[in-house]
Design a protein around this ligand. Structure first.
Ligand SMILES: N[C@@H](CCC(=O)N[C@@H](CS)C(=O)NCC(=O)O)C(=O)O
Length: 262
């Protein structure tokens, strides 16, 4: 569980649940969705990624990787969206989204871990290649500020690849990312052959984690038509009013403009 030893006096003094998040971020959306499903009161600290509100000393003191989301729970900072889901599930067990037999709990944990592991090489790479790199482009000052604040070598390298003057993610990067995602979606498609939800027949943290990923990938042009079971599952999850409140509404109201998936 990445609990961050924060130097931020702002974070240390916060009481209750405070979420640093961004409207279109699928990582943020999965946390908003669980908060919504559990009907937990939370305070919003919206970070506008287009305005580089994450590229500041203040925000790096809260999340040392400069990423959204970050949850502050009674002054304790937790990062990594899938770990935040696990934290909320542990601290606020009712209603439960992991109340299943042990073997299914292990499977839910696999889907959460995979969602975290695949984010940068799969989802983020595809999104930046197809769409986001130009929208979130940093000017030279922002780029220099980012490179000096960012200490994580993987993120430094990722953002240098598309953000440094004259560099961009390649077709090969995108193809490798797509292959990675297809490997996971093939397994998901099979699970959904015989059940409505990803693990067993229970709406769980696995669905809460992956639902927003489908939305985001679709906006980036990912073709799910070869996955009919996943497409039907997404219809189910996205028709929940909680999903609209947690994600689709944020997309509709985002300053980035309109998208077909909204
Ligand atoms: N593994 C992290 C990934 C978080 C992440 O990459 N968030 C994106 C938005 S979905 C972000 O903050 N992007 C800004 C950046 O990379 O500087 C998590 O699950 O929380």
């Amino acid at each position: 569980m990445p609990i961050v030893e924060t130097s931020s006096s702002i974070a240390k003094n916060l009481e209750g649940l405070h979420l640093y998040h961004s409207d279109r971020s699928n990582c943020s959306a999965r946390v908003r969705l669980l908060l919504e499903e559990k009907q937990l009161p939370w305070t919003s600290h919206h970070i506008n990624l287009k305005k580089k509100e994450n590229v500041t000393e203040e925000y790096f003191a809260i999340n040392p990787k400069g990423l959204v989301p970050a949850l502050v729970h009674d002054g304790v900072v937790i990062t990594e969206s899938n770990d935040i889901l696990a934290h909320l599930e542990e601290k606020f067990p009712e209603p439960g989204f992991r109340d299943v037999p042990d073997d299914e709990q292990a499977e839910i944990d696999w889907w959460l871990k995979t969602s975290g592991d695949i984010h940068l090489p799969g989802i983020k790479t595809l999104q930046y290649y197809h769409r986001v790199a130009k929208i979130l482009k940093k000017d030279p000052d922002e780029y220099a500020r980012y490179q000096s604040l960012q200490k994580d070598p993987e993120l430094k390298a990722f953002h240098a690849k598309h953000g440094a003057p004259g560099s961009s993610l390649t077709e090969e990067d995108a193809a490798a990312a797509k292959e990675l995602m297809d490997g996971v979606f093939a397994k998901m498609e099979k699970n959904l052959e015989t059940s409505d939800w990803i693990v067993g027949n229970t709406y769980s943290l696995a669905d809460i984690s992956w639902g927003p990923t489908y939305t985001t990938l679709t906006i980036g042009g990912f073709d799910f038509s070869v996955y009919p079971n996943i497409t039907a599952w997404y219809e189910r999850i996205s028709s929940r009013p909680q999903f609209d409140t947690a994600f689709l509404k944020w997309i509709r109201e985002s300053e980035w403009g309109h998208d077909k998936a909204s």
